[in-house]
Write a protein that binds this ligand. Sequence first.
Ligand SMILES: *Cc1c(COP(=O)(O)O)cnc(C)c1O
Length: 299
Amino acid sequence: MEAPLQQLQDPLLKAHGITLWIKREDLLHPHISGNKWRKLKYNLQAAKEQQKTTLLTFGGAYSNHIAATAAAGKEYGFKTIGIIRGEEHLPLNPTLSFAASCGMELHYISREKYKLKHEESFLLELAAQFNNPFLIPEGGTNNFAVKGCTEIVQDININYDYICCAAGTGGTIAGIIAGSAGEKQVLGFPALKGGEFLHQEIEELVHNYSGQKYSNWQLITDYHFGGYAKVKPELVNFIKAFQEQHQIPLEPIYTGKMIYGLFDLIKKGYLKRGATIVAVHTGGLQGNAGFKERLGLQL
Ligand SMILES: *Cc1c(COP(=O)(O)O)cnc(C)c1O
């Protein structure tokens, strides 16, 4: 499994004297995509050490993490249970149908109940109901995930000034910050509106893992395009043009927003001339099947 660095040739980059490498984490595994593979790695190891036979986790109906956990369970011999936010819709969408085909057992809970996903009492209830499984939080984000994501940084064998990634729960960027150990500038692009709230959560994740507090990172919160699963034509057009030009597929929730934002920052002269950037392609392309189905979007 490899996540090669691919240099992008683009007139915009040339004009601003920027070198941009895409770290193709999307190529790590065909189904355990990108950062979700990094985040699951040490969770799977811990589950094995604790002699657990079942993984239980949480997600929305189009969750990349649900798809990845289902595939990982199948590949590494764990039973998997997905606690899915909202009601069941049949036929299953492409994400859940893939998860089910990997053997994941799907349980739907109301949006209200789903909000309790971090509450101790609710987790105890689930543990009792499902015979004491290995619990993995939403998006896979915990200390094991942060550890796994430090390896994204260790895997990079070139010199660079900036490293960028998209942020959902912040687990991935926390690992990148911890792995960078105060070196370089780390830029995160939150997919959610009002992404500022993530700052403290990321700081806590980094601190829990490394005992450190770093200041060489920031969140760029202007490129959420209206929120998590909102798909704006401007973004879709950008993704299509990017794919056409560079033969690198993106999706509109995370990686599309990050690359759009990065190009915009470069256009505005925000990044210094002569800088080398590594942008982490965190994968998530399985979600595009759902966009195609729901919106007729062909990405
Ligand atoms: C889940 C996901 C993210 C967000 O990762 P966090 O660790 O939750 O911040 C980013 N990109 C893609 C493609 C994802 O699937």
